[in-house]
Design a protein around this ligand. Structure first.
Ligand SMILES: [Zn+2]
Length: 509
């Protein structure tokens, strides 16, 4: 077997092909460079080569990712401060999440390491320096939760790591010809690799994966139950012990018949040759329960006809039956992460940062003065900085404040729609759901409301923290022009500025 290295900075010692020594040298260096595991802690002999570059480590190592390095690779600290929250979310999902992928796909990441990595992402998302503690109104788990459950859909590293591990199980089951399948089959037996065997080290990667499957199962995450055998010729499926026709093996649905079976490991193909199903039984079933079970079994299996194709495994969460890490991740996250609320609303015609603000408005999770004081944070005043007439809650700031009311009315006139005064998000969303527009127009209108909230929040922050007082009379014009820029850039149809200013409702989309 030969290896080629695309990296230009390969070293002489990494070109040794004999016993995969070169690859093991690379791995040792990478562990030091990228994860801070000193090379004297792991000698090259302790890497077990599997397929090409893939290596396993079969003992626990202390892993201490260097936070500065993880961030430095992708962004300087200066950039973190100036990036918008939307930019940060995209980067977190694409860059920071893919960074540890390589490592995570190799072995089970200890919970402590996952916690550290999540903490890095959390701080990054909140715009804080790595070593700085910053107050956040929303728990990180809610940001990780899927949009279906009301979160932002960032997804946890835990789910990523465990799904990647499960992919090895999938590869074993679905790729009979692969080196990986052959390796596991040689070590653990082709038929029962899912049973712990005493002869192989309990720290072996396969046993680690099996152990993890059990521990996930104890948490209510049974990944193996999401696999189903699709029978073709029946030659590679166990009649009693595999899940192939029902969600449970037939041995469990028909325990009395299974007890009579002499060939417990008989394949579907072999069993179906005998139409009576009793040829391989110890004796014929007797009246009562046994007869009844046989009757049901014949009813269930009697009509099955085999085809010439090979038996194959199907992943129940994928429409094609193919396993995907994404579907497994979502499945794990949905069980472990909190339910936040209704499906997260997401408007494509405005930027991510505006959507995130709207999400926080919906959940009442903005650091308004009232919210801060309710959380015991000492602040000089809880009064709305825009009007000075009421406590600054989300409902006040975006709905009942005079400033907000004026903007709501201006938007109503601009769009030529009837809007009554709302006093909170719930009233607004109930009204919005009943409005009658085309899908595209409705999305733009929702986007305009989000932009209004964005502008109000920005205005309020300038009043409180800015050096000069912002001008209230420019707010509406800003809403019109910003929403035009964002919508026209993100919308497939052409939108012209004159029609937008006059009345966006009249633009045909
Ligand atoms: Zn106010």
């Amino acid at each position: 077997m030969s290896y080629s290295f695309s990296h230009p900075l390969y070293r002489e010692s990494e070109l040794i092909e004999e016993n995969d020594l070169g690859v093991r040298n690379v791995a040792q260096r990478k562990l030091l460079d990228e994860l801070g595991i000193p090379s004297d802690e792991l000698s090259v002999n302790e890497f077990i080569p599997l397929v090409d570059y893939l290596l396993f480590i079969v003992r626990d190592v202390s892993m201490d990712p260097n936070p500065d390095e993880v961030v430095e690779v992708k962004l300087s600290k200066w950039k973190i401060k100036t990036l918008s929250v939307g930019g940060r979310l995209t980067l977190i999902k694409s860059v920071l999440t893919s960074l540890p992928l390589y490592h995570m796909s190799l072995y089970k990441a200890p919970l402590g390491v996952l916690r550290d990595l999540e903490s890095l992402r959390r701080k990054f998302f909140n715009g804080a320096d790595i070593n700085e503690k910053r107050f956040s109104m929303i728990s990180w788990n809610k940001i990780l939760a899927s949009k279906q459950k009301g979160g932002l859909g960032v997804s946890s590293f835990f789910a990523l790591n465990r799904s990647l591990l499960f992919k090895w199980v999938w590869r074993f089951l679905s790729q009979d010809a692969s080196l990986w399948h052959r390796l596991i089959a040689v070590l653990y037996g082709n038929r029962s690799p899912f049973v712990h065997t005493g002869s192989v080290s309990s720290l072996s990667p396969w046993n680690c994966i099996l152990k993890e499957l059990n521990s996930l199962s104890a948490k209510g995450i049974n990944l193996l139950a999401l696999l189903k055998k699709k029978v073709g010729n029946g030659a590679n499926t166990l009649f009693w012990e595999d899940c192939w026709i029902n969600d449970v093996p037939l041995s469990r649905s028909f325990p009395r018949l299974y007890a009579l079976e002499l060939k417990k490991g008989i394949t579907v193909a072999d069993k179906l040759i005998d139409a009576s199903f009793v040829a391989s039984f110890r004796r014929n079933p007797r009246g009562g329960v046994e007869e009844e079970q046989l009757h049901h079994l014949v009813e269930l299996v009697g009509s099955i006809s085999l085809s010439p194709s090979n038996d194959r495994w199907a992943w129940l969460l994928g429409s094609s039956g193919e396993f995907s890490v994404h579907s497994a991740r979502t499945f794990i996250d949905d069980i472990l992460l909190p339910f936040v609320g209704d499906v997260t609303r997401w408007v494509k015609v405005v930027p991510i940062k505006v959507n995130i603000l709207a999400w926080k408005v919906c959940l009442d999770k903005l650091p308004t003065r009232l919210n801060l004081s309710l959380r015991g944070i000492d602040i000089p005043s809880i009064i709305c900085p825009n009007c000075g007439l009421a406590g600054e809650s989300c409902s006040h700031l975006f709905y009942s404040c005079n400033l907000a009311r004026t903007l709501w009315r201006k938007i109503a006139r601009w769009w030529e729609i009837d809007i009554t005064d709302f006093s909170c998000y719930e009233e607004w969303i109930a009204w919005f759901k009943t409005t009658r527009f085309s899908k595209a127009q409705k999305e733009m209108l929702e986007g305009v409301f989000y932009v209004m909230w964005w502008m109000i929040w920005k205005f309020r922050n300038q009043v409180l923290f800015g050096s000069s007082h912002p001008r209230m009379e420019l707010l509406f014009d800003d809403i019109v022009s910003y929403s035009f820029t964002w919508c026209s850039n993100r919308c497939k149809n052409n939108i012209d500025w004159i029609s937008w200013m006059k009345c966006p409702k009249s633009i045909s989309l």
